[in-house]
Design a protein around this ligand. Structure first.
Ligand code: GLC
Length: 669
């Protein structure tokens, strides 16, 4: 059905701009259907007032990103879309693509990565998984909401190049999937609230990036209705009874125009048309609850990362296993705040799941908790008596939640002590970590043989962990964020806000870009993850396909007797540049199953965006002539193949200083 704005009264148009209640848009006295919105991104959280409906807790976005698989991400959001279809939800307020500027951000469990390319590509798949199944996506939070501390007040101060290359880039990439909505963030950006920031909403998001859908505020992020409207924010949520009066008064004072009101009201009518078309043509319930649970498990299996394995895994079925630690009966599956899904699924104890898969003799008991109880004698006696020990540790929603940041990257002291003590009485210890982000494992990792990072992998987490511990599934996850060796190495630490402003002084050097530039050792690098298989890379061939297009082809061979999936990563380095550029930047990746003993040839295409940087001088993405190094690896610090390519664009397209001059400054010859 097509709606005509002329069928609405002036009052109805104004009221359309501010919603009907906490989750729905205004229905114009029955002339329109309301659009129902609900949170994601880690499953459906449908609330009606105090009641939250039961849903499937899917792996959190942070865990999902560790899958490095567009297909897995699509499966994840398509599963959530199925539940939306069942529960009458039109829009899922997801995905979140905030860049992990600091691993301390309390909401990082809801976000993909420290890298804009990985975030954007996976967000695009997430959006497609929703919208191809008839549910609208609302990508968030635009922009520079990279910590939770005082998020509604402290201004993120970011230079133009950093803004475009790092913080807005994931949105720019994800817009290719045409999300129906973009949600603005709470924080000011360069001194002006995102909700009324004409430069980022109207000039950048709409005009430069071409977004033509609805811009919705974060809930309660609008401080001034008419200034938000003039910045082209279309929908103020949640409903606020003051909004109509503010807009009406502003109109009467000539501060807003009919054109501005009609522009936003029309955007909402177009959104309603999209919802109704999708409802009719694509939205339907395809899966049972059991099938959704199976899909959640398949996603979790792809998202778990094997970080260390010195002969411990897979577990030997002939050896007894003692499982101890925290969260034995209720593994953390997600963080706190608006993304918290209510699931009634109860995970079976990991020990039982291990026994079911291998028949191994197992025992288990919760000897300590995250923050207190520690039955040391009993734990150590049990651990010493077993052939193998599996220790479950981590953090739950108390430390990973909306509205507050983490204050440390380390596990609680009681957990660290327990790990070190058990490592003294048993020489075969595997640690399973449930967490919403990077963990500093340096105090204890040398005391154990293996570490499996489960992250926040949804309600099926222990089924997936058991599959990986027992070898039923070969681990294939890779870290989508750097695990630093110390909190002192992280950006903006210690955090000392000067009251109102958080200056992003590190510029584009975020995450591995920064650790590489500074030559800093890390605990585990971006893109790192082990497998039970072993892959060799060879025979790289680079073919120039155009002025700034290259096709890379290379072999990856599985040298082991275990079939497994490898995530091959392509990084690009500008050898000599007129601006400061990172040592390497992720510009391509592929996850590929390679059967035991087999070899696959992988082809990846690089286009101009793989070589460009955002030129603040030109206010454009700009590819500079010169030599570039292509680095192909199994992680950002495990480069297996390299090649150099030359870009020679016509001189009229080049503005930089003579590269010959720069070359003498001691670039690589
Ligand atoms: C919250 C979050 C946002 C969420 C919205 C609705 O404060 O910042 O991500 O979608 O409000 O719950």
């Amino acid at each position: 059905m097509n709606y005509d704005i002329n069928d609405l009264t002036f009052e109805e148009k104004l009221r359309l701009l501010t919603g009907k209640d906490f989750w729905q848009t205004y229905d114009a006295n029955g002339k329109l259907d309301s659009v129902f919105m609900s949170d994601g991104p880690n499953g459906l959280r449908k609330c009606d007032g105090e009641h939250t409906e039961e849903s499937i807790a899917m792996p959190c976005i942070s865990a999902l990103a560790n899958s490095w698989s567009e297909e897995t991400v699509f499966t994840d959001s398509a599963t959530i879309a199925d539940e939306c279809a069942e529960k009458g939800v039109d829009i899922l307020l997801a995905p979140g693509v905030n860049i992990k500027r600091t691993p301390l951000c309390g909401r990082n469990f809801e976000y993909f990565s420290e890298d804009p390319y990985l975030s954007g590509i996976l967000a695009k798949a997430y959006i497609r998984g929703l919208q191809e199944n008839g549910v609208g996506a609302c990508i968030k939070h635009f922009c520079c909401n990279n910590r939770e501390y005082d998020r509604e007040f402290i201004s993120s101060e970011v230079d133009e190049r950093t803004l475009r290359e790092i913080y807005v880039r994931p949105f720019e990439i994800a817009l290719e999937a045409e999300p129906w909505l973009v949600m603005c963030s709470y924080n000011p950006v360069n001194g002006i609230y995102a909700s009324e920031n004409k430069k980022i909403l109207k000039d950048l998001l709409r005009k430069r990036l071409g977004f033509s859908g609805v811009i919705v505020s974060d809930w309660g992020a609008v401080h001034n209705s008419y200034k938000a409207l003039k910045a082209t924010l279309d929908l103020r949520m949640a409903f606020d009874e003051r909004a109509y009066g503010e807009l009406k008064t502003a109109y009467e004072r000539g501060l807003i125009t009919d054109a501005e009101i009609n522009f936003s009201a029309d955007n909402l009518l177009r959104l309603l048309e999209k919802v109704q078309k999708a409802k009719k043509e694509r939205r339907k319930v395809r899966f049972s609850v059991a099938e959704r649970r199976e899909r959640a498990l398949s996603v979790a299996r792809e998202s778990i990362v094997l970080l260390k394995n010195e002969g411990a895994l897979p577990l030997d079925p002939r050896k007894s296993v003692y499982v101890a630690g925290c969260f034995l009966s209720d593994p953390p599956y997600g963080g706190g705040g608006s993304s918290k899904v209510r699931t009634t699924f109860k995970s079976e104890p990991l020990a039982r799941l291990i026994c079911e898969r291998t028949g191994a003799k197992t025992g288990f008991r919760q000897h300590f908790s995250d923050d207190g109880m520690f039955a040391e004698k009993c734990l150590l006696e049990s651990a010493a008596a077993a052939d193998r020990v599996v220790l479950c540790v981590g953090e739950d929603e108390r430390k990973n939640r909306e509205g507050a940041d983490r204050i440390t990257l380390r596990l609680s002291e009681v957990q660290e002590n327990a790990i070190k003590m058990v490592g003294k009485v048993n020489k075969n210890v595997t640690v399973v970590v449930y967490a919403g982000g990077a963990i500093d494992m340096s105090p204890w990792i040398h005391s154990v043989n293996a570490v499996v990072y489960a992250g926040f992998c949804g309600e099926a987490v222990n089924l997936a962990v058991a599959d990986i511990l027992t070898g039923k599934v070969c681990p294939s996850g890779k870290l989508a964020e750097t695990f630093p060796l110390s909190i002192a190495d992280t950006v903006a630490y210690p955090y000392e806000p000067d009251g109102y402003c958080d200056r992003y002084e590190e510029g584009i050097f975020v995450g591995y870009r920064r650790y590489d530039r500074d030559g800093k050792e890390v605990l585990f690098p971006f893109g790192y993850g082990l497998s039970y298989a072993n892959f060799a890379y060879s025979n790289l061939v680079v073919q120039k396909a155009g002025e700034t297009s290259f096709t890379l082809s290379f072999d990856v061979e599985n040298l082991s007797s275990v079939s497994g999936k490898e995530v091959v990563q392509v990084y690009v380095k500008d050898i000599v540049s007129s601006v400061s550029r990172p040592e390497k930047e992720l510009k391509g990746f592929v996850k590929k199953l390679i059967e035991a003993g087999k070899k696959e040839r992988i082809t990846i295409r690089l286009e101009a965006d793989a070589f460009a940087f955002y030129s603040a001088a030109l206010d454009e993405w700009y590819v500079e002539n010169g030599d570039y190094e292509i680095q192909i690896g199994s992680s950002s610090r495990d480069i297996r193949l390299k090649a150099r390519v030359k870009i020679e664009l016509p001189p009229e397209s080049q503005y930089t200083v003579e590269k010959a001059d720069l070359r003498e400054i001691g670039s690589e010859t």
